[in-house]
Structures are given as C-alpha cells and as structure tokens.
Design a protein around this ligand. Structure first.
Ligand code: KIV
Ligand code: NA
Length: 274
C-alpha cells in the first residue's frame, strides 16, 4: 500500500520520523523501497549528482519527467515526489502544465517547489486541482545566486520570515515542507508551529523527518559531502575496487572463463568452418 498524505500526517502526530531519500533511477528506487524509505524525492539535485552540472539551474522538466518515470517503475510503497525545476512554475499556467507532466508522464504522486509566500498562490492553485505539493524553505538551491550556499535565517527578521513562509505554504494547502540549511532551533520551532510535517536537511534533529541525497548517504563521491550528511557506506570506493578487479581480470585473461561462455558441438563447428 502506497504511503499517503494521511499517513504522513499521522506519523507527525505520533512522533514517528518520516524517512525521505532522493533516487534518480529504477534500481535505486527498488533498493530504497526494500530499505523501508517512506518518501522518494526525484530531486533536481540530479543536475549535479547524475548529470555533472555545477548547480540545479540547468535541470529541465524533461530531465525530471524521465528520471521520475524510471523511479516510479521501482516504487510501489514509497510516496514519490518530483521536483519542479527552476523557472517551470513562474505562473499558475506554467506550474499546472509542469505538474501535469510530472504526474501523468513521470508517474509521481506529488511535486515539490521552492519558496514561501511568493509562491503561495501557485501552491493553492495546484492543490486546488488535486496535486499534492511539498514546499521547500531555508536554503533553496534554485535561488543560490541570491542566497549564497550557506545556512539561512540566522537573524531575527529572516527567522520570522521563514516561519511566516512556512505558515503561508500550510495555508495554501502544502502537505509538507522541506527545511534546508536552517538553524536546528528554528527548524524545531517551525515544526512545532505547523500542523503539516517538516522534513529537514541540514536543519537539525527537531524536524518531523529527514531527507538526504542518495550519493551523499552512500559515499559515492570522493569529495567531502556537505556537513549535514553522513556517509553510511563508501560505495564509491567499493565500486572502484570492483571495477579495478574487472579491468585486471579482462587484461590478464582470467575473465571470462568457460563458466561465462557458451559451447557448441565440435563436429558441427568443424563442418561449418570447412
Ligand atoms: O533536489 C534535492 O535533492 C532536494 C533535497 C536536497 C531536498 O531538493
Ligand atoms: Na531540489
């Protein structure tokens, strides 16, 4: 049975933490599901971790639609959320068209967009049409050239504005809010003032749930992951070791062997080659 918005609401009420993780393809979705992840985010972080861009800004709707379709083929229980890419939700008409593609072509159950009060009308329009919407406040990577990549809302006016934005999203019908790179105490205060769940990343332990990026959690890159991440494995190293073994065995002739090969009748072959 698919996780629903009601389930998430019940989890918040019961104090059960919500576990969200990004995934970008079919095998990853299968693994995330088997591990018990509640929500899968097809994040526009794929621009960086899958496509090698510097930021999320070049990610297109086609990118998210295609990766969402792959993820959704592997996800039966987890609620799949697709990110609306940069500048695809500037008007209500754009947002509706983009959400249509993510839900109908991508197969996701919900969309996520960045921003607070300024996008409240968009959120209201989408939720009014039956599209579950998740908000995203604090550091919002699509606005990184305005914000800078750093912890947000550390002063009084910004903290007050973040709370007001969170309330505006809730009022507009959002079913949850991601809080990224905000002080833990602020995230906890926002969490206790909202009826809808908060999902933190770099926002301390006081949110209703947590979201992390696949590659950060699994240690798929050599470079230092962000401070808020923990590498639960070193899969990048494990992959490199495995590939070194493959390269070595092809070079020295120990792979493939008869076990990986097909045989045929010697006499048939001899006759065929005459
Ligand atoms: O794109 C993404 O991965 C995200 C999460 C970091 C919340 O938006
Ligand atoms: Na994102």
């Amino acid at each position: 049975m698919r996780v629903t918005l009601r389930d998430l609401q019940r989890m918040k009420a019961a104090g059960e933490r919500i576990v969200m993780l990004t995934a970008y393809d079919y095998p990853s979705a299968l693994i995330a599901e088997r591990a018990g992840v509640d929500m899968i985010l097809v994040g526009d972080s794929l621009g960086m971790v899958v496509h090698g861009h510097e930021t999320t800004l070049p990610v297109t709707l086609d990118d998210i639609v295609r990766h969402s379709a792959a993820v959704c083929r592997g996800a039966r229980r987890a609620l799949v959320v697709g990110d609306l890419p940069f500048l695809t939700y500037g008007t209500e008409a754009d947002a509706v068209a983009a959400a249509r593609r993510l839900l109908q072509e991508g197969g996701v159950q919900a969309v996520k967009l960045e921003g607070g009060a300024p996008v409240a009308d968009i959120v209201r329009r989408l939720t009014g049409l039956g599209v579950p919407v998740m908000g995203h406040l604090g550091f919002t990577p699509q606005a990184q050239h305005q914000q800078g990549v750093r912890v947000q809302a550390k002063d009084g006016p910004e903290a007050r504005r973040l709370l007001a934005d969170a309330l505006a999203l809730q009022e507009a019908g959002a079913f949850g809010v991601v809080l990224e790179l905000v002080p833990a105490s602020l995230a906890a205060a926002v969490t206790s003032r909202l009826r809808i769940p908060t999902v933190g990343i770099g926002a301390g332990a006081g949110c209703d749930g947590q979201v992390q990026v696949w590659h950060d959690v699994l240690g798929l890159f050599e470079h230092k992951p962000p401070r808020h991440a923990r590498r639960f494995a070193e899969l990048g190293v494990a992959m490199e070791d495995a590939l070194r073994a493959y390269v070595g065995e092809v070079r020295d002739g120990s792979f493939p062997t008869a076990r990986q090969s097909a045989s045929m009748d010697e006499a048939v072959l001899a006759a065929a080659l005459e």
